[in-house]
Write a new protein. Structure first.
Length: 157
C-alpha cells in the first residue's frame, strides 16, 4: 500500500481551518456549541461537521465525530492520507477516533480554551499542529461567557 504523506504547504493552508470555523458558526447559529471540523484527503474536503450535541440530544456528536460521520465510510488508505481540522483541541473521545482510524495529521485552531490529550496523540504518532487562531478562541470565549453550564456539560464537568 502506497500512502502519500500530505505536504505541510498544502494542509496548513488557511482555507481548511476557515472551513472548520464556518462549521463552528453554523453550529452556533443552530443553537449549539461553536466547534467545527473538516476532514481533507489529498487536499479535498470530504467531510464537514460541527458539535451537534444540543441539536440532536446526543452525548457523542462532537464536531470531529460529526465530521467523520458525514465523511462516510472510508478505507484505511484514505484515512492514512487524511488531515483532520478542528477549531478546538480534540477531547479524549475524538482523539480515540483519530487513533482508531490512524489519521496521521491533526490541525487544531486553538487549545487555550480546552486542551485534549495532545501529548498522547503525539506519542502515538499523530502529527499535531496548533494554530492558536484568535477567531477560534474568541468564538469559544464568547460562547462560554453566555453558556458556561452548557460548556461544562460538553467537556464533562
Amino acid at each position: 500500500m502506497n500512502i502519500r504523506t500530505p505536504d505541510p504547504d498544502d494542509y496548513l493552508d488557511s482555507k481548511y481551518i476557515e472551513a472548520a470555523i464556518q462549521q463552528a458558526k453554523e453550529g452556533l447559529a443552530s443553537g449549539g456549541i461553536p466547534i467545527g471540523s473538516v476532514l481533507a484527503i489529498d487536499g479535498e474536503i470530504v467531510g464537514r461537521g460541527h458539535n451537534r450535541r444540543v441539536q440532536k440530544g446526543s452525548p457523542v456528536l462532537h464536531a470531529e465525530m460529526d465530521c467523520l460521520e458525514n465523511a462516510g465510510r472510508l478505507t484505511a488508505a484514505d484515512y492514512g492520507r487524511a488531515v483532520l481540522y478542528s477549531t478546538l483541541s480534540p477531547c479524549d473521545m475524538c482523539s480515540g477516533a483519530i487513533l482508531l482510524y490512524k489519521i496521521p495529521i491533526v490541525v487544531v485552531g486553538e487549545n487555550r480554551t480546552f486542551q485534549g490529550p495532545e501529548d498522547y496523540l503525539q506519542k502515538r504518532g499523530v502529527e499535531l499542529h496548533v494554530l492558536d487562531n484568535d477567531e477560534c478562541f474568541d468564538l469559544m470565549q464568547d460562547f462560554i461567557a453566555c453558556n458556561g453550564e452548557l460548556w461544562n456539560e460538553d467537556v464533562g464537568e
